[in-house]
Ligand binder design. Structure first.
Ligand code: SF4
Length: 175
């Protein structure tokens, strides 16, 4: 887990509070439902509190990527950026516990899969092929090619590189 910001204001109304802040690049600003379904902040809050920091509020800084670069100068700041409080008062222990439990289960499955040979990873991974998900997937083009039996190495075409943290190292997680 990698926090973007943990802030302790030294002046002003929030002096003495501990604020958790996450930056998001997002096509559209989150709606309240997105926030209620997103497990990231409950996981962060639970982990930070477990480590002894009393998080008082959490915020998402959302940078909206909907507009192509030639339209950005015509947009107002409100079109492009929004800071949204996560609402820790409404985030109960059950949400934190369930988010962490799902993460632990997923982590265990990943660790089990990592014990398999690489070709079995590929065989066991099923493409989700769901319009809502695939339309913003950065692997869409190689995925289309692999569906037509183009080998993975060729489909990736040298345009991707291994991530420098997470699945390829032992000492960090999925950020
Ligand atoms: S396009 Fe992306 S999300 Fe959709 S099936 Fe392929 S890899 Fe999965």
């Amino acid at each position: 887990m990698r926090l973007d910001l943990l802030v302790e204001p030294l002046v002003g109304r929030l002096k003495g509070s501990v604020l958790l802040i996450d930056h998001k690049f997002t096509y559209d600003f989150y709606q309240p439902d997105n926030l209620l379904l997103n497990p990231q902040m409950p996981k962060y809050v639970g982990t930070v509190r477990y480590n002894g920091y009393p998080v008082h509020e959490a915020y998402l800084n959302m940078f909206r990527t909907r507009f192509p670069s030639h339209l950005i100068s015509k947009k107002s700041n409100d079109d492009l950026f929004k800071r949204m409080p996560v609402g820790l008062q409404e985030m109960n222990q059950a949400r934190i516990r369930n988010a962490l439990k799902t993460q632990m289960t997923a982590s265990e499955r990943i660790l089990e899969r990592r014990k398999l040979p690489l070709d079995l990873w590929q065989e066991e991974a099923l493409p989700v092929q769901n319009n809502m998900i695939c339309r913003s997937c950065p692997f869409k083009n190689p995925c289309i090619m692999m569906e037509a039996d183009v080998p993975a190495e060729k489909a990736l075409g040298g345009e991707y590189q291994s991530r420098s943290y997470g699945y390829n190292s032992e000492d960090s997680d999925n950020g």
